[in-house]
Structure formats: C-alpha cells, structure tokens
Ligand binder design. Structure first.
Ligand code: ATP
Length: 306
C-alpha cells in the first residue's frame, strides 16, 4: 500500500507563499478530494509531490520516497496535471507508446488505456485535433499507463461531457476499491461529493481540513428541518415563540434552522398540529465547503450590500 506523505512542506514563488508548512497523508483505498479556493495551493502541492518543483522547505514522498528518486515513476504514480501538455502532432497511440517505451512498460499498455478511457476509436488521430474532453481522457490514460498504485488528478472532469463525468466518477471509485491512493482536485462540489470518501481542504497554502466527507459535512453545516403542517401559520408562530429561526420553502412549508426533526415533531405534537411532512435536511458538500472557506477565498467576489 502506497501513501503520499507531505511533511511541513513550504513553497515560495518570490514573495508568494503558495504552500505554507503543509503536513498531510493521502491514504490508499479511498478517493481524497483536494479542495480549496483559486490560488489555495492545490496544483503547487501536486507539482511538489510529483517532483516538478523543488520545495522551499519540507518534504513530499510517495511510498516513503521522493518522486524524483523513483526508478520507474510511472509504475508508482500517475498524474494528470495539464491536459494540454501532450505533443499535438503525435497521435494518441504514439504519445502513449513513447511514454511506455521510455518507462519500460509493455507496448500493449497504450492500447489498454486507450480502451479504458474510451479513446480506442480515435487512437490514430493527432492530438491537436482533440477536443478538451478528449485531451482530458488522454491525460487520464497517461496517468493509468503504468498501472500505478498512486494517482493524482488535477480537475479531471474539466471539459468532460455528462457521460464522461459519470465515467470518471465510476473510474475513481473503482481505482479506490482496487486499493489505490487517489488524490483529485476539483472546484465541482456536487461532483466531488459523488466520488470522494475523504477531503483535504487548503486555503492560502495552509491546511483547513483533513477529514472524512461525512464528518466534514457534519462539522461545517447547521442542522435544518423541513416541515409541512396542517396549520402552517400556527406552527410557525409556535416555533418562533420557542426561539427557532423559521424560513419559508418553495413548497409552502417551513425550514427550521438549528433544529432536528424530533424537536420540531415534539413542538407540533405538543400543540396538536397535524404534521404532513417532516424531515432532517442533509447539508450538501457545497454548503459545508462555502461555510468553511467563506473568509478564505483570495479572489472572492464582493457582493453589493444595497
Ligand atoms: N510558477 C509560479 N510562479 C509564481 N507564482 C506561482 C506559480 N505557481 C503558482 N503560483 C502562485 O501560487 C499560489 C497557489 O497557486 P496554485 O496554482 O497552486 O493554486 P490552486 O489551488 O491550484 O488554484 P486554482 O484552483 O486556481 O487552480 C497562487 O498565488 C499562484 O499565483
């Protein structure tokens, strides 16, 4: 089992501290979503893990070794960082075969990963004719080429069509179930929620959270209850009288902030108000993420207050 270990990692570009004393481990057998506002340091961290940049201080290792010292790196870690990186005048198959040869991988791996990523029918086409989504698939094919235990993907769903998004979700789940270590950065919270088991959240180069998906949502969201009742006006007045915050929902019911279903049910029962619908509302990853990072977004839009 191969773990990614980052210890006290710092990277400065001139006066910008892109990564700031970061310590974390990315564990095998699960998909770790790598989140954070623009400029948080996600790509910089991935580049440092992959030996593409030198840290200012600290270490990043894969299976206990710096990437640069791995003898057959593609067999240990595969990555998609920049889908535009492939040579445009080569065909997809030639691009992958060249990489296979230079990494002493069997030639057949090129066709296997083309098949796996849905590119078999365009394997003979030059990469410069590829759409963004096809380039993403080729980047993922490259990451899978060495059948590595560790995979890092920077925004893999970028440019994928709806079918491609379903495909990447299933692929990530399968890779994790095979026991691999998967680190995936994304700005798409709804997507991340469908495949990640664990989350690492950065802001301004620092670690904000390193926690399971379910604990993250629990910790960074408020309990809410949705309720519809036979006498909505009286239920609202009673709840307000008991100190709850009550908002209207689009179906004519109420959303009660900071409450659980059993509490709202007890209030309705006490007052003899018939309850037609009552449910705890599960916060989304997006709501929890926005609550956590509200003060951290370096380039957050400012909204007019009037
Ligand atoms: N090669 C570089 N030279 C100078 N500054 C850099 C370089 N690479 C990154 N930075 C800076 O480091 C900070 C972190 O950038 P990084 O790309 O790692 O963030 P990110 O979390 O991946 O952002 P995004 O979500 O927008 O891709 C930013 O302030 C960025 O401008």
């Amino acid at each position: 089992m191969t773990t990614i270990d980052v210890h006290d990692l710092t990277k400065e570009y001139g006066s910008t501290r892109a990564v700031d004393r970061l310590t974390l481990s990315v564990e095998p057998g699960r998909v770790t979503g790598f989140l954070g506002p623009n400029g948080a340091g996600k790509s910089s961290t991935m580049r440092l893990i992959l030996g593409l940049d030198r840290p200012t201080s600290g270490t990043a290792t894969i299976g206990g070794r710096p990437y640069a010292t791995l003898r057959e790196p593609l067999r240990t870690a595969g990555a998609l960082l920049d889908a535009q990186a492939a040579h445009g005048s080569r065909t997809a198959r030639d691009h992958l075969r060249c990489l296979a040869v230079s990494n002493r991988l069997p030639d057949r791996r090129a066709d296997e990963v083309l098949e796996e990523t849905g590119l078999a029918t365009v394997a003979g086409r030059r990469i410069k004719t590829f759409s963004l989504g096809m380039r993403q698939r080729l980047g993922i094919a490259t990451a899978l080429l060495g059948d590595p235990p560790v995979i890092l993907l920077d925004e893999p769903a970028n440019g994928l069509d709806p079918e491609g998004i379903v495909w990447i979700r299933q692929l990530l789940r399968r890779l994790a179930e095979e026991g691999r270590t998967i680190l995936v950065s994304s700005h798409l919270m709804n997507e991340t929620a469908t495949y990640a088991d664990h989350l690492v959240v950065l802001a301004r180069g620092r670690l904000l959270a390193d926690v399971s998906m379910s604990d993250f949502i629990e910790q960074h969201s408020q309990a809410r209850v949705r309720v519809r009742a036979g006498d909505p006006a009286r239920l609202r007045a009673t709840l307000l009288g008991d100190g709850y915050t009550v908002l209207g929902d689009e179906d004519g019911g109420w959303v009660v902030e900071g409450a659980r279903a059993e509490q709202v049910g007890a209030v309705a029962a006490r007052e003899g108000i018939p309850v037609l619908e009552l449910a705890d509302e599960r916060a989304s990853l997006e709501q929890a993420y926005l609550a956590l990072t509200a003060d951290e977004a370096e380039f957050a839009a400012s909204f007019p207050t009037t």
